[in-house]
Structure formats: structure tokens, C-alpha cells
Design a protein around this ligand. Sequence first.
Ligand SMILES: C[S@@+](CC[C@H](N)C(=O)[O-])C[C@H]1O[C@@H](n2cnc3c(N)ncnc32)[C@H](O)[C@@H]1O
Length: 470
Amino acid sequence: MSRKNRGRRIFENITVVGAGAKGKAVAKTEDGKVIFLTNAVPGDVVDIQTHKKKRAYYEGKATVFHKLSDRRTEPACQHFGVCGGCKWQHMSYENQLYFKQKEVENNLKRLGGIEIPEMQPILASKEQYFYRNKMEFSFSDSRWLTEEEIKSEEDLGDRNALGFHIPGMWDKILDIKKCHLQADPSNAIRLSVKQYAVDNGLEFFNTRNQTGLLRTLMIRNSSIGEIMVLIQFFKEDKEKREALLDHISTEFPQITSLQYVINGKGNDTIYDQEVICYKGRDHIFEEMEDLRFKINAKSFYQTNSKQAYELYKVTRDFASLKGDELVYDLYTGTGTIAQFVAKKAKKVIGVEIVPDAIKAAKENAQLNGVENVDFFVGDMKKVFDKDFIETNGRPDLIITDPPRDGMHKEVVQQILNIAPKRIVYVSCNSATQARDLALMDEQYKVTKVQPVDMFPQTYHVENVVLLEKR
Ligand SMILES: C[S@@+](CC[C@H](N)C(=O)[O-])C[C@H]1O[C@@H](n2cnc3c(N)ncnc32)[C@H](O)[C@@H]1O
């Protein structure tokens, strides 16, 4: 049943049937039109208020819950529903895995239109919470108020916030009391920094007016217990800066690397800023098997270290190297996959667009005594010219791990021209992966598919595919 309501529509007694599509739940109207919902779980029976209509679908929100799904579970976090971080906390982990697996399968089969073998069951993460090794929190002097707070008409007290952006709102920050994504002392550090700043009258940032002292707090840790803390200030105030950093280092003597940035720019990215080490080292170490990786404030490292290890093992397993192969590792980042498979190959060549990442890759390879790797800075689209292949050789295997947008079609074409026997395609977005696989379908057959869950409580899923020459 449906009725009109002020231009929007209400659909009543609808059973939610799916989940995926950027974390949204999926329902269908009586005439088969899809509705994407932000706040429901498959199996819920709900009334829906739509707020957007597109040609093929609606977007909406469940307003009345007639029946709650068996797939539900109690969210662990008090901020669930307001904070955009963990959109699937209300679904049991088993069901999160089920829908991730289904999403990958649908994308490869329907979007890609390719034939795939029976997929391996998704590799679950042993840690369902506190698995992230990097978190960035923002300071704001006008924290986001929940509907209840606004309605309560009580004194709203301290308006400062240290937490996360409200989804889709660049200037609204939710104050976080406890985040379930990074192991302690992450919460303790954030709460202590905030308390100190409030007690000592340090100004929190105001994004609209571009005023204040404190901008962001980044905390990184590693599986061997090292911790990096970085405070980003909007301007230099030596006395206040040193007092805050001293407070942090006294309260948390276990910090390996305490750093800061003074950034007076309009935006708060630190990638073009000078990072200054205040105490300890300017980096921390991560370890994987017998490899050590040096991570500085700007380094990319997979954010779930333990599952990154599982992902790399799948990649190495799919690569099934014998020791005499030349391997290309495209989009190599800091060269972690390249170094991880190097022992089993004759040589590995890594290519990446960020010069600092390649610098780190070279340093790490040296540190690890891995000599059969070479790294190059470049845009993938431009790298594979005749000279590059002539100089470095034609690879037997290509490993590719592109960003969310997948590979540029010219890169796909270049891979097809090179025509290696096997390709291992690691992807954090199976929709763009499916598109790329479709372009390779004539020459390559998908022979293995292994989804890996790197990000429990979110809809994100990593997928590794082995392609073999037809
Ligand atoms: C998903 S990450 C892969 C990182 C690495 N394989 C790892 O596991 O740590 C994708 C990488 O592609 C790089 N990248 C993005 N666009 C690129 C391009 N056009 N050419 C080369 N590298 C690019 C990014 O800087 C990033 O390091």
C-alpha cells in the first residue's frame, strides 16, 4: 500500500530484502521499484518515507518498524546511527559477511557479466572491533547536537568536540566519547587531549571562520605495540603547543612518536605540510612475517594490519610463484605486496604515483634486505611505454591493487598488450573490478575469487581475483 504525502511518498508494510549498495538496505515497492534505505536491516518489515526519486529507484528512511529482523544485533557503540563510521553495526557479523559475499558475487556476475568459478567463502576478520591502526579526529568549537539534545532544552554545556565529521557535512563534528575502531590507548589519548584543551582554554577550530588553535589529532599504532600521535595546529603558539605536547607525553609515556604540524591552510590535509617530531622517533614500525615496515605520518599502510596479512597471503597464494618469475606490482603504495612476494620471485617491479610512497618502499626494502625489488614513480597510465618494458622486461605475472575507481581503461589495455600468463587483481571495490574484468574477459578467464573482510561493521569488502590467459 502506498499513499502520497506532501510530494514525498510513504510505503507501508514493506519487507526489506537486501543490503549492499554503499551500505544501504534494499526494499522493493509493489510495482518492483527499488528503495534504498539508510536505517534498516534485511528482514525488517517497515513503513518507508522516501525523500528522493530517481528514474529507477527511490531513497528513503524507515519510519515505523513493524517487525525487526533476526539478522539484527545490538550496536556496540553509543554513537551508532549518528556517526557515519560503522554503518552495519546493527547487523550481526555473520550477516555482514553474507551480504559482503553476495555483493561481490552480484557485481562480478551482473555488473561485469563474466563467468566466475565458485567463490571461496569470505575470509572473516578475527577482530570485529578495535582493528584499525590509524584514526583521525577533528577539533571543532561547535559540536554537532543530536535531535534529543536540541529537544531537551537543557543546558548544552561544553560545545567543543573532538571526533568525526557527520556524514556529508564538512563543518560538523560529532564529539566521540568512545570509538570501537582502534585499540586502546586510542580512546584514552583522545579524551585526555580534549580534557586538557578544555581545562586550559585552548581554542578548538572553527571551520567556517577559520579560527582557533587545534585542528586535528591523528593516532596510529602497529601490531607490535608502537604508537604515533600527531597534533595539527592552525597556528604557532609555542607555549600552548609545548604544554599540550608535554601533557600528552607525560600521560602516555608509551608513545613511540609524538609529532605536530602547523597548518594555516584552508584545508587540513597534512600531505603538503612539514611534520615536526617533538619527541621520540618520526616513525613507527609495523611487522609482517620477517618484514619490517617503517611508517611515518604520511605513509599509506593498510588500516587493518592483521587482515592485511591475510589479504597478502591470498595474493601470494594466487600468484603461486616458483621463483623464476618477473612480477609487476602495480599501484604498489609503499611496496608492501612487492616485498611480501619477493622471496618467491626472481624479481618484482613496483609502480606507484606518490613519490614519498616509493621513497618509503625503497627504504623498507633496504631495511629488510630485499634486493630483488625495484620501484618506480609514475602514473600507471603513462608507465608502460616501450622503453619501460624493454628496460625492465615482460612480466610473467602482474599483481594490481588500484584505488576505488579501479584501473583506467588505458591501463587495462596496456596489461592486455603485455599479456602476462596470470594476473592477480586485488580490489577494494568489486564494482569497478567487475568493469575492468569485463574488459579483459576475452583474453583472461577468472579462475579464483576470494573476498576478504578488512573492515567489519562497514559495508566495505576487499576482493582478490586470479585471472589466467585463455
Ligand atoms: C589500494 S592502494 C594499494 C596499496 C598497496 N598495494 C598496499 O597494499 O599497501 C592504491 C595505490 O595506488 C596509488 N595510485 C593511485 N592512482 C595511481 C596512478 N594513476 N598511478 C599509479 N599509482 C596510483 C595510490 O597512491 C595508492 O598507493
